[in-house]
Write a protein that binds this ligand. Structure first.
Ligand code: UDP
Length: 241
């Protein structure tokens, strides 16, 4: 039987990953593909928690750049992540994976409040836990939520799913044909080189808590399983060399 390299993982799904080709909104094909890929690794016995972004619907920063109050715009972004989370829960239930959505902003009719011990209990029982509404605070990102939740639930790794690139490059591979992919990096490299993988708050949190990150392409079906089995696709980011 295939042997999983990790026992408990955080999968970070940006809103962009859920938008598919259209670039915005929720693409049902992508939801179905991601759900099947998660199902494959749940069947390997891996505990999966997902942190879902919201940029396919709304980004706080874009709202504030157009004159909105930043905190209000950020709360809208957090609500967008809840919509994405419910779509993913629906997709996972369609393939028979029991799923719980937790939210950092209370909305009892829709999702459980975030309770760390309850989340860990769900994971132990083989349920996928979807963490929605980021950290519940404006001025943060869902990348930071992935870093903090990974530390809290003692995840072995953060799997950062992309759908435009298959790892971290020296430059944007769509704009620079000489861009080269890194196989591995440290968080200090990310910070020093200003590589736009995750924001600096998230990078620092991962670095300080020694949480590895694997950046990979989720568009190729089966890639979550490949990463979990230890195939060297994508780029790995570590605390130290
Ligand atoms: N957001 C926030 N606090 C959080 C997480 C998210 O204010 O803890 C808001 C922020 O406005 C952000 C939006 O929610 O722009 C969507 O999240 P993010 O940009 O991280 O989504 P992604 O880029 O992963 O799609």
């Amino acid at each position: 039987m295939a042997h999983a390299k990790f026992k408990r993982v955080i999968l970070k799904l940006s809103g962009e990953a859920l938008a598919g080709e259209k670039g915005f909104g929720i693409d049902s094909e992508m939801i179905a593909s991601i759900s099947r890929q998660i199902q494959e690794v749940v069947e390997l016995g891996v505990e999966v928690a997902v942190v879902v972004g919201g940029g396919n619907i709304w980004r706080g920063l874009s709202g504030s750049e157009r004159g909105m109050d930043r905190a209000t715009a950020d709360y809208m972004g957090m609500l967008a992540t809840v919509m994405n989370s419910l779509a993913l829960q629906d997709g996972l239930e369609h393939v028979g994976v029991p799923t719980r959505v937790q939210t950092s902003i209370e909305m009892r009719q829709v999702a459980e409040p975030y309770i760390r011990r309850r989340a860990m209990r769900h994971l132990e029982k083989g349920r996928v836990v979807i963490f929605s509404s980021g950290l519940g605070n404006p001025y943060f990102s869902t990348d930071t939520a992935a870093a903090l939740r990974a530390a809290e639930i003692e995840a072995d790794v953060i799997l950062m799913a992309k759908n435009q690139v298959d790892g971290v490059y020296t430059a944007d591979p769509k704009e620079d044909e000489n861009a080269e992919k890194y196989e591995s990096l440290t968080y200090l490299d990310l910070l020093n080189k200003g590589l736009g993988v995750m924001d600096s708050t998230a990078s620092s949190l991962c670095m300080d808590n020694d949480i590895p990150l694997i950046v990979f392409n989720i568009k190729t079906e089966g890639n979550i399983r490949r990463v979990i089995l230890g195939d060297t696709i994508g780029t790995i980011v570590r605390g130290n060399e």
